[in-house]
Design a protein around this ligand. Structure first.
Ligand code: SAH
Length: 337
């Protein structure tokens, strides 16, 4: 709930509405009800019976020996589990969060979608992932948030928007919208809606292919929206928000990593205010795809660079701790079964 909602709720339950601000401060610090010592015991009792203070708990933590990346398995109050990754970057610690339990988008290379979508996360459950990591490491640990964990954020539009507005409130966690990235597999109509919301977030689009045939073989969503429609929605987004769009492109051996694909990609992105993030695919056991070798990846990178496309090659991080989307959760679910 936002502050105003908490105020109204407390008031309707017979408590002073000014308690809302105190309560919100406690909740965002990751405190349990018993630690909220400036609240009256009648309110603590009421809250304990009627609410959850922390909807997200860390139940497993893996720390990469290679690069300090931390992977978390979070549990939710209904017993579902989701995952997140904390990556120490030069520009600050970045937490990758989930937006749904599982995912319905069906991308063929992604571990998050193997068992479909169980449900959407609430705004509180997205915020809770940030709060629980801050609680573990100290209150300002998380400086950037990327919605690149499990789930398709634009398939959970209202809750994701509420989350973005809540996390960026100055009286809340105060993480500027410029430090928040929303990644989508490309729901073009929702990108157009997002453009109207007046947000300052970074939009990242998972492109992963230089033509519709390849994209359709990798991502079912490509059958709903062509690359042309997707790019047109991105241009609309840029014209309204004046924010640059990023494209994710996972290099897959023998599928989308050839010279001809680099050329096609440059054609698509010509004259476009964008940035391309290359990453070599993180191989997932259940899928047949593997990442490009270093030589092919470098060649692809250099070609884009020569054509003056803003491009970066993402380091694969956390490879030793099941860093790719959904791997840790799947491992956990299998273990339970
Ligand atoms: N549903 C959203 C956000 C979650 S996935 C989206 O599709 O963008 C976050 C990013 O990880 C996407 O770019 C996705 O395509 C990519 N991804 C998924 N599985 C991957 C893998 N095995 N290796 C590399 N990137 C992967």
């Amino acid at each position: 709930m936002g502050l105003e909602e908490i105020r109204l709720w407390l008031k309707s339950c017979g408590f002073e509405s000014y308690r809302a601000k105190q309560l919100m401060g406690w909740l965002l610090s990751g405190a349990s009800f018993s630690e909220m010592h400036n609240l009256p015991s009648s309110l603590i009792d009421f809250l304990s019976e009627n609410a959850y203070e922390q909807p997200v708990q860390i139940i497993k933590r893996l720390v990469s020996k290679k690069d300090g990346t931390e992977k978390y398995l979070f549990s939710l109050v209904d017993g579902s589990c989701i995952e997140g990754v904390l990556m120490p970057y030069r520009h600050g610690n970045t937490l990758c969060i989930s937006t749904q339990v599982g995912c319905n988008m069906g991308c063929r290379f992604c571990a998050s979608t193997l068992n479909g979508k169980k449900r959407n996360l609430s705004a509180g459950e997205m915020l809770g992932q940030v709060v629980s990591v801050n609680r573990l490491h100290g209150s300002k640990t998380v400086q950037n948030v990327v919605m690149m964990g499990s789930g398709e954020p634009l398939d959970n539009y209202n809750n994701v928007l509420k989350f973005i507005r809540l996390i960026s409130l100055s009286e809340g966690l105060n993480i500027s919208q410029r430090r928040i990235t929303l990644s989508t597999c490309g729901l073009a109509d929702k990108i157009r809606s997002l453009a109207d919301e007046g947000l300052a977030i970074t939009l990242s689009v998972s492109l992963h292919a230089s033509n519709d045939d390849i994209r359709q073989s990798l991502m079912p969503i490509a059958r709903r929206y062509s690359i042309k429609e997707l790019i047109s929605a991105c241009k609309h987004y840029i014209s309204l928000t004046h924010r640059r769009v990023s494209f994710e492109y996972a290099l897959i051996k023998g599928v989308n990593d050839g010279q001809e694909h680099a050329e096609e990609l440059c054609q698509i992105l010509r004259g476009f205010q964008c940035h391309v993030n290359l990453i070599t695919l993180n191989a997932v056991d259940e899928t047949a795809y593997v990442g490009s070798d270093r030589f092919a990846a470098n060649k692809f990178f250099n070609y884009l660079n020569e054509k003056n496309i803003a491009v970066s090659m993402r380091r694969t991080m956390g490879e030793d701790i099941q860093g790719a989307c959904g791997q840790l959760r799947n491992e956990f679910i299998k273990g339970e079964g």
